[in-house]
Design a protein around this ligand. Structure first.
Ligand code: PMP
Length: 303
């Protein structure tokens, strides 16, 4: 990761090396943070943030679920993000707003802990590798189960939730897979460590339901709308593990992963072991917006 010059912390832009929190911050001990991952693209019409409004809204909702009150309005935080991107002179970057519980309490009870807010930006390429947008990635079904309902809320993009994601990712990497697919507590397909999943068979697109131990991804929503616009039948439903092994196409979605085809699952080839036609059509429609800056769906905020 390259280091940006400035990081926004609690209302001001500070130098990268000064963006620090104390070791006794609540978040370090108990994972009490919420965050977002947002992308700013350099389009042909200028730099633009993708799904700005949606990401900000999710940050506030993630925080509300954990009773974290962000001491800034949504408008203030959006302005702060724009300031940070501009201050660092980025044309394209990844944007990480982060809300943490700070000092003031060291027991589990966080109510006395301060709330700290930071915004970091950095330049970042393709998440799973440049060429994989075409060739696809090899994934495995994880031996780790995704968060069960009523344990850790997956609708909140919260720091602590990502311990489970780390187990899934590290297991996959240690076996030379690019990613792991977590199943839900009942054994149905849920999502990757940091991506939602879509499975295509006989021309129908399937994706797990939003209530099924997944983060309701913003890219997922966009892909659902695109698929419907193109007239594909799309079902949000339970997907058994074996559906992965007989799929014609599979792809992963996420702000970082964009739309990444899956080439194999547990060494079962998916379709022709390369990006399938429906995946390609959706991926092209998505990437066209962020490359050209033509924005028929109102996805972009030019900075
Ligand atoms: N699931 C998980 C667990 C994630 O971390 C992410 C990345 N934010 C996603 C799905 C995809 O969400 P989005 O499209 O909003 O980036």
């Amino acid at each position: 990761m390259n280091t940006p010059e400035k990081i926004w912390m609690n209302g001001e832009l500070v130098n990268w090396q000064d963006a620090k929190i104390h070791i006794l911050s609540h978040v370090i001990h108990y994972g009490s943070s919420t965050f977002e991952g947002i992308r700013c693209y350099e389009t042909d019409k200028g730099s633009a943030i993708l799904f700005f409004e949606e990401h900000i809204k999710r940050l506030y909702q993630s925080s509300k679920i954990y009773r974290i009150e962000i001491p800034y309005s949504e408008a203030e935080l959006k302005e702060a993000i724009l300031d940070t991107v501009r201050a660092n002179g980025h044309k394209a970057c990844y944007i990480r707003p982060l809300v943490t519980r700070g000092q003031g309490a060291l027991g589990v009870n966080p109510s006395q802990a301060s709330i700290e807010v930071a915004i970091a930006t950095w330049e970042w390429g393709t998440y799973l590798g440049e060429e994989v947008l075409e060739t696809g990635v090899d994934v495995r079904v994880s031996s780790w189960t995704r968060l069960a309902p009523n344990t850790l809320p997956t609708w909140s993009k919260a720091g602590g939730n990502y311990l489970n994601s780390q187990l899934i990712k590290l297991e996959a990497l240690s076996d030379n897979y690019a990613e792991g697919i977590g199943l839900d507590i009942n054994g149905y397909v849920a999502e990757g460590s940091g991506e939602n999943i879509f499975v295509i068979r006989d021309g129908i697109i399937y994706t797990p339901m939003a209530g099924q131990s997944i983060l309701p991804g913003i890219t997922r929503n966009a892909v659902i709308s695109l698929a419907k616009e193109f007239g594909y039948e799309l079902r949000e439903t339970l997907i058994p593990r074996e559906a992965l092994y007989i799929a014609d196409e599979i792809f992963l979605t996420g702000t970082a992963a964009e739309i990444t085809p899956v080439r194999s699952v547990d060494k079962y080839p998916v379709g022709d072991e390369k990006r399938g036609p429906i995946t390609e059509k959706l991926q092209k429609a998505y990437l066209d917006v962020v490359k050209s800056g033509n924005d028929p769906h109102n996805w972009l905020t030019f900075i």
